[in-house]
Structures are given as structure tokens and as C-alpha cells.
Design a protein around this ligand. Structure first.
Ligand code: PMP
Length: 391
């Protein structure tokens, strides 16, 4: 029976990682993989997380099952950071732990489907797994154009999608640090989006995978909080894998804001049943470490400092690229106003192949670059290579 399976298309980014690893050139540059890198090119464990992990080893008395909702101490400790000073919006928000932001997106889409959603409006380009998850759930993605050619957001497209949507439709938005474009909505644009969503005809699903990597934990929450303050109900998918550097530990959370707090038990019982059928329970270790960090003022401050260092480094790279202005025909100035790990360069397939073959510079086929792959040691070479291929 298994011979019926045709080979699945290989994951393009994983293939790129292999190509980069096999390249013997010592000055190769990896702008493909989606993890933060220090100026030395490392992706270290946060010191605050290391300290929490040591504490966890010392104090954890059992690894017995917790249940499909995972570590609710973790889920609740995150809430003021995500939702602000009224973290339950008057008792209308509750959540559960998920295996990474991916698990949270999966759960949000599956729950939306169970509630009757058949179509999800989403800006493109997007994180490729959004479309894959919707396809797997047999929910129809309805694309709108996220970005304008000048490197800013096409807010008219999202407003049009929301206003044109009928019953049984949702809109999937990136909370901050858009992957892959780095293009976020401005606070004024979020106001307009929130106003368009306010009547509750379209269900907002907000994916927050990079909070704190743009302008800080509070500033990066503005869009999400603006929408939640305006709408009757929403779903939120959250990842701690970037802002706590926990990637492989798979740390995420899924939150529901209901019209009425009384609806939460029924909604979350459905989410728990979906989680049970998908992964049963989320992995504990990373979320427990995050809980220990957030519950300890000193560790929390240390984590915020470490996040600030990451942010400042990415801003420095963006500013250097933007200061260049043109690299050949490629305008790098929009990168300064963009946020997070990623931006997209308008390069052709041929130019991307030339960067790889002639200059040992690796990036996704879409032209997405991870700005954290650039350092003081390689950024000038990158700019020179761009100038060479984009003449
Ligand atoms: N959403 C977006 C927009 C992402 O870019 C990512 C990860 N790259 C995720 C969700 C999932 O993150 P995680 O690694 O926590 O599953």
C-alpha cells in the first residue's frame, strides 16, 4: 500500500541548509535559515533560559503527564506580555500550551474550521507553512497582496479582503515582524484594520511569532492589542521559539478571546480535544523554563536585556544596508523601516543562483534574507556581491 505514496516536494529551506553545509568555501554566508545569529554567527541559548533550566533540573519533582493544555503557569505568565495590563480582557481570554507556534497555528486553524470557517484570507507572501496547514485541514486560503513594491504594506488589500468577506471566513494576520517581508502595518494601519474587523463578521487569527524582535515586547504588541480591543472574538497563535531562543524545544501557546467569558470553557474544551487528537500534550521543558524566567523578576529582566541585544544587532544590520541605498539596481532603503529577522530582496531566480554559485551567499528562492546572517565581517562582501549580480 505504501508504494502509493509519491515523493513529497522537499522543503526548499531544508534543502538550502544542506547545500550551504556542503559548500567548502570558507567565506560562505547563510542568509537562509530562520534563526537569530550573533555577530559571531552563533545561535546561543539565552543565559536567562540556561539559569531557569538549571533551576528546573534542581526543583522539578515529577515529569508525570500534565494534560493537553500543558503548563498553564507558562500560559498565564505570558499573558501580560502579550495582552497588556488587562491580560484577560475582562475574563474573555484563556489559552493553552502548544508545540511551538506551528502547533498554535494548526490549532487555531483547526478550531476555526470546527466553528464553521471554510475560507481564510491571508496576505502573500507568507510563512509557507500557513498555506500547508490550511491545505492539510482542507480550509481554502484566499490570498491578498501583503506588500507593495516600495517595501511597505498594502493595507488597502487587507481592508478590501475583510470588507468583502462573508460568513464562515477568517483573516490570518502576522502580529509583528512579518515573515518573509519584514513589512509590518503601522499603528494607524492597525487602527483601520481593527475598525474593519470590529463588527465581528470575519474571525481574526493573529500569528505572533516574533514579539520583541522588532521594536520591543510592548511596541510589537500594538497591532494585536488594537485588534483585540475592537473585535468581539479572535484567535491568537504565539511562539516563544524566537524571542526566548528555544527553537527545537517547541514552545508556543494558543489563546482565544471570546465574545463572553462564559463561552471559554466550551471553546477550550474543543481546542483540548483537537490537541489530544493531534499531539496529545505539548513538550514540557522549554515552556517550564519560560515560566521560571517570567516568574522571576531578575531572570525576566535578564531575558529582556538579551532580547534587546538581539534587536539592536538586527537594527544595526538593517541600518547599514539601508544606508547603502542602492546595491546595483536593488534598493535597500526600505529595510530600515522593516522589522524582525527577515526582509525580501527583489532578486530574480538567476540572481539568487549567481549569489550562491559565484559568491557563496545562500538565501531562499523567494529572495528572503535573514538579516541576522549578516555581521560586521561579511556585510560589506554581501553588499558588493549584490551590486555585482544586480547590475
Ligand atoms: N508563524 C510564523 C509567521 C513563523 O515564521 C513561524 C516560524 N518560523 C511560526 C509561526 C512557527 O514557529 P515555531 O518554530 O514556534 O513553530
Amino acid at each position: 500500500m505504501l508504494e502509493n505514496l509519491d515523493p513529497a516536494a522537499p522543503d526548499a529551506l531544508l534543502a538550502l541548509i544542506k547545500l550551504h553545509a556542503a559548500d567548502p568555501r570558507s567565506d560562505k554566508i547563510d542568509l537562509g535559515v530562520g534563526v537569530y545569529r550573533t555577530a559571531q554567527g552563533d545561535t546561543p541559548v539565552f543565559a536567562a533560559i540556561k539559569a531557569a533550566e538549571r533551576r528546573l533540573v534542581e526543583t522539578q519533582v515529577s515529569k508525570s503527564y500534565l494534560g493537553p493544555e500543558g503548563d498553564m503557569g507558562f500560559v498565564h505568565a505570558l499573558m501580560p506580555h502579550i495582552f497588556g495590563t488587562d491580560p484577560t480582557m475582562g475574563g474573555r481570554i484563556e489559552g493553552m500550551q502548544t508545540p511551538g507556534g506551528t502547533g498554535a497555528v494548526r490549532l487555531a486553524a483547526a478550531l476555526a474550521k470546527a466553528a464553521g470557517v471554510t475560507r481564510v484570507h491571508m496576505g502573500t507572501p507568507s510563512w509557507p507553512n500557513h498555506a500547508q496547514i490550511l491545505a492539510d485541514l482542507e480550509v481554502e486560503p484566499v490570498p491578498f497582496e501583503h506588500a507593495r513594491a516600495d517595501g511597505t504594506a498594502n493595507v488597502d488589500a487587507v481592508l478590501q479582503a475583510i470588507r468583502g468577506a462573508g460568513p464562515g471566513e477568517a483573516v490570518l494576520l502576522h502580529g509583528c515582524c512579518h515573515n518573509p517581508t519584514g513589512i509590518d502595518y503601522t499603528p494607524e494601519q492597525w487602527d483601520a484594520i481593527a475598525a474593519a474587523l470590529a463588527d465581528g463578521a470575519v474571525l481574526p487569527i493573529i500569528d505572533v511569532a516574533y514579539q520583541g524582535l522588532g521594536h520591543g515586547m510592548e511596541a510589537d504588541a500594538v497591532g494585536l492589542r488594537t485588534v483585540l480591543a475592537a473585535v468581539p472574538e479572535a484567535l491568537v497563535a504565539y511562539s516563544c521559539d524566537k524571542n526566548f531562543g528555544l527553537y527545537r524545544d517547541r514552545v508556543g501557546a494558543f489563546y482565544v478571546m471570546a465574545r463572553d467569558g462564559g463561552q471559554l470553557p466550551a471553546i477550550l474544551s474543543n481546542a483540548a480535544a483537537l490537541a489530544r487528537a493531534n499531539w496529545s500534550m505539548p513538550p514540557d521543558h522549554g515552556a517550564a523554563a519560560v515560566r521560571l524566567v517570567l516568574d522571576d523578576a531578575e531572570l525576566a529582566a535578564q531575558w529582556q536585556d538579551e532580547l534587546g541585544v538581539m534587536r539592536a544587532r538586527m537594527r544595526q544590520v538593517r541600518d547599514r544596508l539601508a544606508e547603502q541605498g542602492l546595491a546595483g539596481t536593488i534598493d535597500l532603503t526600505p529595510l530600515a523601516a522593516q522589522n524582525g529577522l527577515f526582509s525580501m530582496l527583489p532578486l530574480s531566480r538567476e540572481q539568487i543562483a549567481m549569489l550562491r554559485d559565484d559568491h557563496a551567499i545562500y538565501m531562499a528562492g523567494s529572495g528572503r534574507i535573514n538579516v541576522a546572517g549578516l555581521t560586521a565581517d561579511n556585510i560589506e562582501r554581501f553588499i558588493a556581491a549584490l551590486t555585482d549580480v544586480a547590475r
